[in-house]
Write a protein that binds this ligand. Structure first.
Ligand code: SIN
Ligand code: CO
Length: 408
């Protein structure tokens, strides 16, 4: 048995409310978040030794730290059918989708397997705390925190991702090999997305507390060196321009429902006798031009609410259990003065100026001022506590709480 089984679990601190964006961070290899974004983000890889200094310090004191989440806890989570999980076997390559019973996961010491668990920020507070340190990057870009646990030799093979990723070593060692090669063609004969020709350019062995940042399309291959090797990946997302525009346009089209004057029918008392009856009438073209100007459809501001609503959609697998929040409006109001209300870990919140979008809906629209301020605090600080006044029939905060989107 290796020493890290006997180690104390690492207890990550929650990030401060105001992140020091101009100070050097150990997590970013001594770069400030400003410097990191300028020099590395979406540009080039960065290896950070001792990104979480607590691991090295504890080792020097002879009390090594282990992952904040034990292998047993991870295996239990893998049995949950609302958690996205995958079990990958190398030599030869094969994979299965979860949920997994404990007995279908190989023992930690057995070789060449990896279990991947997505959306872990919703399953364990330690994962949510780790994620809180990455809020120097806009929430709209963040995807989730994935945890991999593997036996020696386990990995997902040489591949590339279309997204940025921070790979944090949390338990055991992993050897990372990377390449900025142009040839990203995949082997067509394998069940996984594995590169046909991986040409290693750099190689490191990461110890617990080390981190590797990779921008999109850098080829990489991580192989576990120890039983129970855990890598925590902070993953980002980027939609295609087509997706962003289509989703914004759909929502804009739907919002025309709220403009009653558009129900009026087209009228053409000015239409003249025409010799080109097959042509779309100028009357329609001119009137539509006027309507588009009136609706400001030629201005980006008109599109942004739809885009913000779209980007605040939760993951399709997100599950909210509102039934457990069976509290009267009065009790809710009183609890809010004593306890902090927080977004459920799978809730997505985005702000567009003072407008707040929660799980795909604008929640600040026509709300009383204290409710609007509560939403702003929830979006910016991920919490709210205080007075909100009497709860009437239109209260998006209470409704979101009842839906399980917000929790105490
Ligand atoms: C892993 O943690 O094993 C895989 C992560 C990745 O390569 O993106
Ligand atoms: Co990857």
């Amino acid at each position: 048995m290796t020493a890290f089984y006997l180690s104390k679990p690492y207890d990550p601190p929650r990030a401060p409310k105001n992140l020091p964006l101009d100070q050097p961070w150990a997590l970013l290899g001594g770069n400030s978040p400003q410097e990191f974004m300028k020099a590395y983000w979406h540009k080039k890889p960065l290896l950070v030794r001792g990104a979480i200094p607590a691991f090295e310090l504890a080792k020097q004191l002879g009390e090594p730290l282990g992952s904040a989440i034990s292998a047993e806890e991870l295996f239990k989570i893998a049995g949950n059918d609302v958690v996205e999980s995958r079990l990958i076997q190398a030599k030869p390559w094969s994979f299965a989708d979860g949920p997994f019973k404990k007995k279908s996961i190989p023992p930690l010491e057995s070789p060449d397997w990896t279990l991947l668990l997505q959306g872990m920020e919703a399953r364990h507070p330690a994962a949510a705390k780790i994620l809180s340190w990455f809020r120097f990057i806009p929430d709209a870009r963040l995807d989730d925190l994935m945890i991999s646990i593997a036996g020696p030799g386990g990995g997902v093979g040489p591949h590339f991702d279309s997204y940025d990723v921070f790979l944090i070593q949390m338990s055991g060692r992993r050897r990372w090999r990377i390449s900025e090669q142009r040839d990203l063609s995949l082997n067509p004969n394998l069940p996984l997305k594995i590169l046909k020709n991986f040409k290693v350019e750099q190689e490191w062995v990461l110890e617990p507390g080390d981190m590797l940042y990779l921008p999109p399309h850098v080829a990489h291959d991580g192989v576990a060196l120890d039983a129970g090797c855990q890598t925590w990946s902070v993953g980002f997302r980027a939609q295609s321009y087509k997706e962003i525009l289509q989703e914004g346009l759909w929502r804009l089209a739907e919002s025309l429902e709220d403009i009653p004057e558009l129900d009026q029918r087209f009228a053409d008392p000015q239409q003249r006798a025409t010799a080109c009856a097959e042509q779309l009438p100028d009357e329609i073209i001119q009137q539509v031009t006027q309507k588009l100007k009136g609706l400001k459809l030629d201005r980006v501001e008109t599109f942004l609410p739809g885009i913000a609503a779209y980007l605040s959609e939760p993951k399709p697998q997100a599950y909210f259990d509102g039934a457990s929040n069976d509290v009267s409006p009065e009790e809710f109001q009183q609890r809010l003065q004593k306890e902090s209300l927080r977004p459920h870990p799978q809730t997505r919140l985005l702000a567009l100026g003072d407008r707040i979008y929660c799980n795909g809906e604008e929640v600040s629209n026509s709300q009383a001022r204290p409710i609007q301020l509560a939403w702003r605090s929830l979006a910016a600080k991920k919490q709210f506590k205080g007075k909100i006044g009497k709860i009437g029939s239109n209260n998006s905060l209470f409704e979101a709480f009842e839906a399980g989107w917000l929790v105490f």
